[in-house]
Design a protein around this ligand. Structure first.
Ligand code: UD1
Ligand code: CA
Length: 452
């Protein structure tokens, strides 16, 4: 059976107290609506229809994609009215309703729900709660058949004692949906067109309402304020941490770890506290990451060591190579196998060959550095002339003296040595020593000035 998915995302989210539309607030670095859209995509539906209203332009701009149909709901007249806005675009025989502010829903839960829906039956996701205040209540017959959903504000005292709540997530046969939505009325406590009233109509039409529950109630938790947003974030992070541990990663403290993207890991990886992994990160076997590192869109090869307080973005640390503490590897930084970068070294678009070293206090930008070359402390590439960037290329076994300024474009041949403190402005042939600094003179008998 074919499937259309409608995602409701038109509400204001007043309690966020934010200029940003609620559904754009991030969980694990991705907007809540972005999470829901990605889950929807995994179900491979015929269409994904996102109902937007408040902050519609911002939402569309942030999330626009070829496979998304944005539907405008100019006035938020209720969840039933919201779904009705998407009706004319639906072409499948099943419709699944999701919510842009309920980001942790799992694919497996939705698959179970979708198995329940057919011509004669709809699937309703419910959740049993200790405190169902605010939720629509699932009203069942004595025999246990669902007959209606009553919103909290419309419920009687007796109905409020029901602790089975409506998650809002619903899978319905498409044939009748238009008819049901067309018959909704807004004569209720909130003056809204309730999607939930569809349940009683379906029962009256002789359909069966089959229910499913999520494995974990957090899957269906929405975020109405920043406190709930933080709860979703922590839950997501704990789930991510557990998934990594299950794959053979030691997390010194799973409560002090954050993943904001896709992480691929090998075995026997060690991650110390307060590490943030962002974007696409590949971590091979036996890698060690020290405390307080931020690693974004990077690759750490087998046995690499990233020491505490290092910041990597768009970088690669080769097999057995190490960097930090306090290393900054910017986009295009590549450390070859067994290369070493020490504290306060910044690399940008720079490749360090196998076994090359830059131990302390350097800036290496737009550079290619050969195997086993040693970069002395305080060395910088002067790669920018104020208008253009230029490259510095070094051969193998070069020894760059401390505090050398390498004025690019520049080539240093194999086994070149530069004197400490040199400003090197022209190419140096293989095996040469380059000294580019004022010659030292000593002044005999010189007296320091004295106070007048
Ligand atoms: C809804 C359900 C309730 C359920 C609860 C779970 C209805 C009538 N009630 O109540 O049974 O227990 O969710 O959280 O459906 N939205 C729109 N356009 C609108 C109205 C809402 O896009 O016109 C979106 C909102 O942005 C929100 C979602 O739909 O993401 C739910 O709307 P909300 O008004 O918060 O419904 P609840 O009162 O929470
Ligand atoms: Ca709500």
């Amino acid at each position: 059976m074919s499937l259309d998915i409608v995602i409701l995302a038109a509400g204001q989210g007043t309690r966020m107290r934010s200029a940003l539309p609620k559904v754009l607030h991030p969980v694990a670095g991705k907007s809540m609506l972005g999470h829901v859209i990605d889950i929807a995509r995994e179900l491979k539906p015929q269409g994904i229809h996102v109902v937007i209203g408040h902050g519609a332009d911002a939402v569309r701009e942030r999330l626009a994609a070829d496979d998304l149909n944005f539907v405008m709901q100019a006035e938020q007249l209720g969840t039933g009215h919201a779904v009705a806005q998407a009706l004319s675009a639906l072409t499948s025989d099943r419709v699944l309703i999701l919510y842009g502010d309920v980001p942790l829903i799992e694919k497996s839960t939705l698959e179970r729900l979708l198995q329940k829906v057919n011509d004669q039956q709809l699937g309703l996701l419910t959740v049993t709660l200790d405190d169902p205040t605010g939720y629509g209540r699932i009203v069942r017959t004595a025999a246990g058949q669902v007959e209606a959903i009553v919103e909290h504000k419309d419920a009687s005292e007796a109905q409020r004692l029901i602790n089975e709540g409506n998650t809002g997530i619903l899978a319905v046969p498409a044939t009748k949906l238009g008819d049901w939505l067309g018959r909704l009325s807004n004569s209720n406590a909130q003056g809204e067109y309730y999607l939930t009233d569809v349940i009683a109509m379906a029962v009256a039409d002789g359909l069966v309402v089959a229910t499913e529950q999520p494995l974990d109630a957090m899957e269906v938790q929405g975020a109405n304020d920043r406190r709930q947003l933080a709860e979703l974030e922590r839950h997501y992070q704990l789930r991510a941490a557990r998934a990594l541990m299950a794959q053979g990663v030691t997390l010194r403290d799973p409560a002090r770890f954050d993943q904001r993207g896709e992480v691929t890991v090998g075995r026997d990886v060690m991650i110390d506290i307060n590490v943030i992994l962002e974007g696409k990160v590949l971590i091979e076997d036996n890698v060690e990451i020290g405390a307080n590192c931020i690693i974004k869109n990077s690759t750490l090869r087998k046995g690499a060591i990233v020491k505490a307080n290092s910041h990597l973005e768009g970088a690669e640390v080769g097999e057995g190579a190490d960097c930090g503490p306090f290393a900054r590897l910017r986009p295009g930084a590549v450390l070859g196998a067994k290369a070493h970068v020490g504290n306060f070294v910044e690399l940008k678009n720079a490749v360090l060959g196998e076994g090359a070293k830059a131990g302390h206090l350097s800036y290496l930008g737009d550079a290619e550095i050969g195997a086993r070359t040693n970069i002395g402390a305080g060395t910088i590439t002067c790669n920018y002339d104020g208008v253009n960037k230029h490259r510095t290329v070094m051969g193998e076994d070069v020894f760059v003296g401390s505090n050398t300024s390498l004025v690019a474009p520049l080539n240093l041949g194999d086994r070149v040595t530069t004197g400490a403190g040199s400003v090197v402005t022209s190419d140096v042939p293989v095996d040469n020593l380059a000294v580019g600094r004022g010659k030292q003179r000593n002044i005999e008998g010189w007296k320091r000035p004295t106070k007048k």
